[in-house]
Design a protein around this ligand. Structure first.
Ligand SMILES: Cc1cc2nc3c(=O)[nH]c(=O)nc-3n(C[C@H](O)[C@H](O)[C@H](O)COP(=O)(O)OP(=O)(O)OC[C@H]3O[C@@H](n4cnc5c(N)ncnc54)[C@H](O)[C@@H]3O)c2cc1C
Ligand SMILES: Cc1cc2nc3c(=O)[nH]c(=O)nc-3n(C[C@H](O)[C@H](O)[C@H](O)COP(=O)(O)O)c2cc1C
Ligand code: SF4
Length: 645
């Protein structure tokens, strides 16, 4: 029996060889170059039936610095994407976006963004957007037409109109942002006029049978005046089909609850996109596409068999593993390199104005081979110290480059701190990463020595040519605070791993990522939890915006008492209980509890590698260099091995 994802399907006249579609995702900041071509073609070669390239359709009002824009030069590059993708049986769609509107930067013509109406600018709500005049709408549509013409000249198989998520087209569609009183405002039909005209442009240019897909948001899942709910979403879906769209691509949410758009690890796997798509699919007779962590192919398969959608659009899953579709088609889904939904390497970097990559695939964004690890001309004997993400990936990369590798791990398990990262109830899907490490090391027959703490003598006896030090960080434990060695005081990581008895009343010390996640997990277990941090805010260190938005929502819904601006002074007590003395706003007070959990951060362990430098050259990577995230540990593993060849 083969996967339902392997079944062919048609969208209008376009025949698709399977049901796996690459989501529109730009990873380069700025217009296309030759490496962008390789990035897209790699996903086509990976077996996707259709890839979407993200294109900005107009430069009259907004900067096009951040995405693909058709010029003579980039048309040629897009043509190459189409030709090379077609040669491996993959169709290419241009996802053309009219603009960002109120969620973007200022217009190139005005000091504020343009929008359907003078709605508030998302980044400066007191300022109102410039309402596009009828002439300006016509100009934007003329630009859009030119972009459609360019896509067609290059051989694009379809156009997807970008009309979702609170961007400009959705601003026209939505009462909250569209207060116009002319033919583009008021009734749903009027608000949909701009989109209708974009569909018409595609059909006029491509022919009535040219496939047009509309990515839209039937439900913003927001409280508040003027957002769209499913009742109108259904009417909108029917309207879009009546205007000639050949398929609907369903999204959920908008920038105000942005985490729905790129669901972080902390979300339920079955996202709101699936909820919306199922309702839409039952109401229309064109194929429905949707997305939302379908890199987990079991979930994508379930969505198709459960009548949620006809095609699975896969975004980040294809950044982590471009070969995902081929692995499904050849019956090897268990070998897929998983996306851990961290958002750190991909969208996080795009928003920081950097070239995007992937925490699980440092080659992502460098498909032109410029960052490849060459085969070792002289294979080395390599000792990897530490079996966290950095060490596991270093061992895998070194083996694949032809080196002889052994991995030493002082505990009985792989994963390092990433084991604890998978423990909170809302992040359990990250376990796929641990399974991936275990399987890939075992498949390659890389020797893993458990319960072997690297000591210089043993390491010298192994006689390595090179050592990769991936020993992670060590927990901060300030000697100046009395009571941290008491019986009921544990590292938060132990509590997350269920390795210590946690009483009913808990004080978590530290409100960074680890402390907050630990507090939420203890809350979920029914404990009475306080979480203190001397920083002014909890979480104390900002993460990527959408991950933080989700975390804040969990914090608000939990019963945890978060206490920022609160400094730990001492812990007293015995095996029966603890009294925690804290200082807040210059006042001391106490918190009685059964268990204290410490989440005070980590320090590097690079110093511990010093004695090993007499044995062989040492590369220090990941948290042992500087405690951060999985993205850095894996990237540094990759670079350390690349530097060996
Ligand atoms: C609760 C928690 C949640 C987190 N959540 C996230 C998240 O959502 N996203 C994210 O990107 N990051 C997260 N992190 C951070 C992430 O886990 C780390 O950045 C990452 O694990 C670092 O990888 P590493 O390989 O450098 O070190 P580690 O994962 O710490 O691995 C080091 C390994 O070395 C072993 N070791 C140490 N000394 C020796 C020795 N002398 N000999 C042999 N073995 C040794 C250790 O036992 C360990 O297995 C989280 C961390 C925690 C604690
Ligand atoms: C780096 C990056 C860039 C993206 N750019 C676009 C875009 O230009 N247009 C779009 O419609 N969606 C864009 N998205 C959203 C994806 O198309 C997709 O909807 C989202 O990632 C959720 O799917 P996933 O869970 O499979 O990743 C982008 C996502 C990422 C990670
Ligand atoms: S950076 Fe993280 S979220 Fe983005 S594709 Fe890679 S693993 Fe997935």
């Amino acid at each position: 029996m083969s996967s339902v994802l392997a079944e062919p399907i048609r969208i209008g006249r376009m025949e698709l060889k399977n049901r796996m579609v690459m989501a529109p995702m730009g990873v380069t900041v700025g217009n296309m170059d030759a490496s962008t071509v390789d990035y897209f073609v790699e996903r086509a070669r990976g077996g996707a039936a259709l890839i979407f390239c993200n294109v900005k359709g107009s430069d009259s009002f907004e900067s096009v610095d951040h995405s693909i824009f058709f010029t003579e030069e980039t048309e040629e590059l897009f043509r190459r994407i189409v030709e090379r993708s077609h040669s491996c049986g993959c169709m290419v769609g241009a996802q053309i976006m009219p603009g960002d509107g109120r969620i973007g930067g200022p217009s190139t013509r005005y000091k504020v963004p343009v929008s359907a109406s003078p709605c508030s600018w998302m980044h400066a709500p007191k300022l109102k957007c410039h309402q596009l005049s009828l002439e300006e709408i016509a100009l934007m549509e003329a630009d859009y037409r030119r972009s459609v013409q360019a896509a067609l000249r290059c051989g694009a198989d379809c156009v997807e109109i970008h009309a979702y998520g609170g961007y400009l087209t959705d601003q026209f569609l939505t009462r909250r942002w569209n207060t116009r009183t002319d033919g583009y405002g008021g009734s749903l039909e009027n608000r949909a006029r701009f989109l209708k005209e974009l569909i018409q442009i595609c059909k006029e240019e491509g022919g009535t049978d040219f496939p047009v897909i509309v990515k839209f948001t039937p439900d913003h899942y927001m409280e508040g005046e003027g957002y769209r709910h499913m009742e109108e979403g259904l009417a909108l879906a029917r309207l879009i089909v009546s205007y000639g769209a050949d398929a609907l691509h369903v999204d959920a949410g908008c920038h105000e609850n942005w985490f729905h758009a790129m669901p972080p690890a902390g979300m339920q796997m079955t996202t709101l996109q699936s909820r919306s798509a199922k309702i839409i699919k039952a109401a229309v007779d064109v194929p429905v596409l949707t997305h939302g962590r379908f890199g987990n192919v079991a979930k994508a398969e379930a969505a198709i068999t459960n009548g949620v959608c006809d095609l699975a659009v896969i975004g980040r899953g294809l950044l982590a593993d471009p070969q995902l579709p081929n692995k499904v088609l050849s019956g090897r889904p268990e070998t897929i390199r998983p996306c851990i939904s961290c958002n750190e390497g991909c969208i996080g970097r795009v928003y920081a104005g950097q070239q995007a990559s992937c925490a699980m695939n440092p080659r992502c964004g460098h498909e032109d081979g410029s960052r490849d690890i060459p085969k070792a001309s002289r294979p080395k004997r390599i000792l990897v110290v530490g079996g966290g993400p950095g060490g596991c990936m270093a061992a895998i990369y070194a083996h694949d480059a032809g080196h002889q590798v052994e991995l030493w791990e002082k505990t009985g398990r792989l994963g390092g701190n990433a084991r604890y990262a998978c423990k909170p109830f809302f992040k359990r899907d990250m376990h796929s990463m641990l399974r991936f490490f275990e399987r890939e090391l075992s498949l390659r027959g890389i020797p893993v020595r458990y319960y072997r703490e690297a000591e210089p003598e043993q390491a010298a006896a192994f006689a390595p040519d090179h050592i990769i030090w991936a020993a992670g960080g060590r927990p901060v434990l300030p000697a100046s605070i009395p009571g941290l060695a008491l019986p009921n005081v544990y590292p938060a990581t132990q509590a997350l791993d269920d390795l210590c008895d946690v009483g009913d009343r808990v004080v978590v010390v530290g409100g960074g990522l680890v402390g907050v996640e630990c507090a939420l997990q203890m809350d979920m277990w029914g404990k009475q939890v306080s979480c203190i941090d001397m920083a002014k805010t909890i979480p104390s260190e900002p993460g990527f915006k959408m991950n933080d938005m989700l975390m804040k929502q969990y914090m608000d819904k939990s019963g945890v008492c978060f206490m920022p601006g609160t400094r730990l002074k001492k812990v007293e007590g015995d095996a029966l209980g603890c009294r925690v003395t804290v200082e807040s706003k210059g006042q001391e007070h106490t918190l009685d509890c059964d268990t204290v959990l410490l989440a005070l951060g980590f320090l590097p362990t690079a110093d511990q590698a010093e004695p090993f430098k007499a044995i062989a050259p040492v590369s220090i990577i990941g948290d042992s260099q500087n405690p951060r995230k999985i993205l850095f540990a894996v990237e540094e593993a990759y670079e350390a091995v690349r530097a060996l060849s």
